[in-house]
Design a protein. Structure first.
Length: 343
């Protein structure tokens, strides 16, 4: 199994990644590119990476290669990369599937595999990829990827915002990066997405407040194990906790890969949440029933037996608009959830 939080479910199940379901976000989701941006000055340029390192250049970068979600964030501010690499086919990638990618070179559509020769031909002056503090690596350059793919970092400086304690912080970080690259971040559609996000959060908080005893747990079933998500390394879950939802912190995360606690299927019912937040990369409308047939101990979890499951947008969100869309979906799930189910 590859040790990547983004492909864990796929590597175990052999399924194509599905994001958070097949619904397309509305046009105001924050993934539609604005008018083109140009650097406001030729330079010098600098940006402090999620690792804490400040990257500097004599001129403002214009030829950018970006990882999927990071590309979507830049494009929401009108900055069009020359190349993109993704962890799955762009037609299913929740960040990219609704974007106009014409004129952009696709450098990879599978985790860990980047066509570096094709990337080199693009003559990039910047590579944009999230920083993952647990792995101390940027997206696409973690342990487990093809060694030749890591040579991407030799082509240009790599910068990105840290996947840390909040998706709000992540979205704001990419706004700052876009602004440093010359984007106009005060466009009306950007302000509208922020306002929609704020409204969605208030609705989420209100739904949670009406069910103060409701518990939830991020989960990802796989052939060999059942994985319980550790909110400490899942900024979406940390946001939900901050907004009042009682997301369970698993007792024994894997010391070597602390994104998850690894449960045997015999021990599937160690936790009894009222609502399962299902890793959206493997969630489908029929997945709960299918896993109940495949692994009968799945239904030892009361929430699974009752069908109290909702897609958790695991590790892909990068914009306020996308986050608002996903928060709205979870708010509806909370409204119908039974806060006494897991007792």
């Amino acid at each position: 199994m590859r040790t990547s939080r983004r492909v864990l479910a796929v590597a175990a199940l052999g399924l194509a990644l599905t994001g958070c379901g097949a619904q397309n976000p509305p046009a105001t989701s924050g993934t539609q590119p604005s008018s083109g941006a140009q650097p406001s000055s030729p330079g010098p340029w600098s940006f402090t990476d999620g690792s804490g390192e400040t990257v500097k250049a004599d001129k403002t970068p214009t030829r950018i290669i970006a990882h999927a979600g990071e590309a979507a964030a830049l494009m929401s501010f009108g900055i069009k990369p020359v190349g993109i690499y993704a962890d799955e086919p762009v037609k299913t990638d929740p960040n990219l599937k609704d974007l106009d990618l014409s004129g952009i070179e696709l450098l990879g559509q599978e985790w860990g595999k980047i066509d570096v020769e094709k990337a080199a031909a693009l003559r990039p002056d910047l590579i944009v990829a999230d920083w993952w503090p647990a792995e101390k690596a940027h997206s696409g350059l973690e342990e487990g990827v093809d060694e030749k793919s890591k040579k991407l970092a030799e082509l240009a400086p790599v910068v990105g915002v840290s996947q840390g304690k909040s998706i709000e912080d992540l979205a704001e970080g990419y706004e700052s990066l876009a602004q440093s690259l010359g984007a106009k971040v005060d466009a009306p559609e950007i302000a509208a997405n922020k306002k929609r996000f704020e409204e969605s959060v208030e609705k989420f908080k209100a739904a949670v407040a009406r069910k103060p005893g409701l518990t939830a747990l991020g989960m990802s079933p796989a052939d060999d194990k059942l994985y319980a998500a550790n909110p400490e390394y899942a900024p979406e879950l940390l946001d939900f906790q901050r907004w009042g939802l009682k997301v369970i912190n698993p007792a024994k995360p894997d010391p070597g890969f602390p994104y998850w606690e690894n449960l045997s299927w015999e021990n599937a019912d160690k936790y009894q949440p009222d609502l399962i937040l299902w890793d959206g990369r493997s969630f489908t409308p029929t997945a709960n029933a299918e896993w109940g047939k495949k692994q009968p101990t799945w239904f030892k979890i009361k929430a699974a037996k009752a069908g109290a499951v909702a897609a958790w947008p695991a590790y892909w969100l990068h914009t306020f608009g996308d986050f608002a869309t996903e928060v709205d979906k979870l708010t509806e799930a909370i409204k119908v959830a039974d806060e006494n189910l897991g007792d």
